[in-house]
Design a protein around this ligand. Structure first.
Ligand code: NAP
Length: 291
C-alpha cells in the first residue's frame, strides 16, 4: 500500500495559525507590545533574498513586527557585529535572524556567537546547542523542530523507535539527533564516511535524509512501513527534488514527506513560533515596569 504523504504545507499553516493566536494574546497581556523579529541579510545571493522575503511576509501575516536590515556584500565584519549588538540591546526586538551563508571574509561563527542567547531564534549559538544536547529547555533550531512536529502530526511513535538520520550538520542532523534522543528514540547519525549506508537505513523505523544529494536514498533502503522525512532541497533539471527517491520510497514507506511541500514550509513556521517563545521568555525574565 502506498505511504501516507505528510502535508507539510497544511501542518505549517496550522502552526502559523497557533502562533497568530499567541501573538494576539501576548499583545493583550503586554499593553499592545507585539513581538518583533529582526532579519539581517548581507549581500545579494538571490536564494537568500527569496528566503528572507518569505520570512518577513509570514512574520507580518501572524501579526508580528518585521524589522529588516539589508547590507551590501562588502560590509566589514565589525559593522555587522555592531549591528547585531544594537539589535541585542533593542527592546523592540525579540528575535534576531542573520541569514546564512554570509559572504566570504565574514566569520560566520563570530557573528552567530554575538547574538544574545535570549534572541537566538535560529538556535545556532553554542549555548542553545548545549542546552539541547543536555536535554534542557531552550530555543531549538527551526528545521529539526519542524521535523519533530511533522512526526507528531503523522502520529509516528518516536519513543523506542530506531531513528536513522543521514547528515550530521549543526543546522539539521546534530540538533535533530538530540531531539529524537530526548524523545527516547534510539538514534543513529550517518555521514559521508558511514559504511554500508543502505543497510543502516534499512533498520530505521524513522529515516531522515538531510544530505543535499538528489534522490540518494533509494526505495530498497527503506524498511516497510517506516516514516521517511526528506529534508533535502536540491535544484535539478527536473525542478526541486529531495534526498529521497520519492516515487520508489512511497511504495514501501508508511508515511513520507514530499519535496517541495514537506519540511520546507515548517522551517519558517517554527522560526515564528521561536520568536513568540523568545518574546514570552524575555518578559518573564524582565517584566515591564508598571506605569
Ligand atoms: P550540510 O551541512 O552540507 O551537511 C550534509 C551532511 O550530509 C554532512 O553531514 C555530510 O557528511 C553528509 N553527506 C554528504 N554526502 C553523503 C553521502 N553520500 N552519504 C551520507 N552522508 C552524506 O547540509 P545541511 O545544511 O544539513 O542541509 C542538508 C540538506 O537539507 C540540503 O539539501 C539543504 O538544502 C537542506 N535543508 C533544507 C531545509 C528546509 O527548510 N527544507 C533547511 C536546512 C537544510 P560529512 O559530515 O561527512 O561531510
Amino acid at each position: 500500500m502506498a505511504a501516507t504523504v505528510i502535508d507539510g504545507k497544511a501542518v505549517a499553516a496550522e502552526v502559523r495559525a497557533r502562533v497568530a493566536d499567541g501573538v494576539r494574546e501576548f499583545a493583550e497581556a503586554h499593553g499592545g507590545h507585539v513581538p518583533g523579529l529582526a532579519t539581517v541579510l548581507v549581500g545579494d545571493d538571490p536564494a537568500s533574498h527569496v528566503y528572507v522575503g518569505n520570512k518577513r511576509k509570514l512574520t507580518e501575516e501572524v501579526g508580528m513586527r518585521s524589522i529588516h536590515h539589508g547590507l551590501p556584500a562588502e560590509t566589514p565584519e565589525e559593522e555587522l557585529l555592531a549591528l547585531v549588538a544594537e539589535l541585542n540591546a533593542d527592546d523592540d526586538v525579540d528575535g534576531i535572524l542573520v541569514q546564512l551563508p554570509l559572504p566570504d571574509g565574514i566569520d560566520q561563527d563570530a557573528v552567530i556567537a554575538t547574538i544574545d542567547p535570549r534572541k537566538d531564534v535560529d538556535a545556532l549559538t553554542a549555548g542553545s546547542a548545549g542546552l539541547l544536547a543536555q536535554g534542557r529547555p531552550g530555543l531549538v533550531p527551526c528545521t529539526p523542530q519542524g521535523v519533530m512536529e511533522l512526526l507528531r502530526h503523522a502520529g509516528v511513535e518516536v519513543q523506542g523507535a530506531d531513528a536513522v538520520i543521514v547528515g550530521r550538520s549543526i543546522l539539521v542532523g546534530r540538533p535533530l539527533a538530540s531531539l529524537l534522543l530526548n524523545a527516547s528514540a534510539t538514534v543513529t547519525v550517518c555521514h559521508s564516511r558511514t559504511r554500508d549506508l543502505p543497510e543502516v537505513c534499512r533498520r530505521a523505523d524513522i529515516l531522515v535524509a538531510a544530505v543535499g544529494s538528489p534522490r540518494l536514498v533509494e526505495g530498497d533502503w527503506i524498511k516497510p512501513g517506516a516514516a521517511v522525512i526528506d529534508v533535502g532541497t536540491n535544484r535539478t533539471d527536473d525542478g526541486l527534488v529531495g534526498d529521497v527517491d520519492f516515487e520508489a520510497a512511497r511504495e514501501v514507506a508508511g508515511a513520507i514527506t514530499p519535496v517541495p511541500g514537506g519540511v520546507g514550509p515548517m522551517t519558517i513556521a517554527m522560526l515564528l513560533s521561536n520568536t513568540l517563545r523568545a518574546a514570552g521568555a524575555r518578559v518573564e525574565q524582565s517584566p515591564a515596569p508598571s506605569s
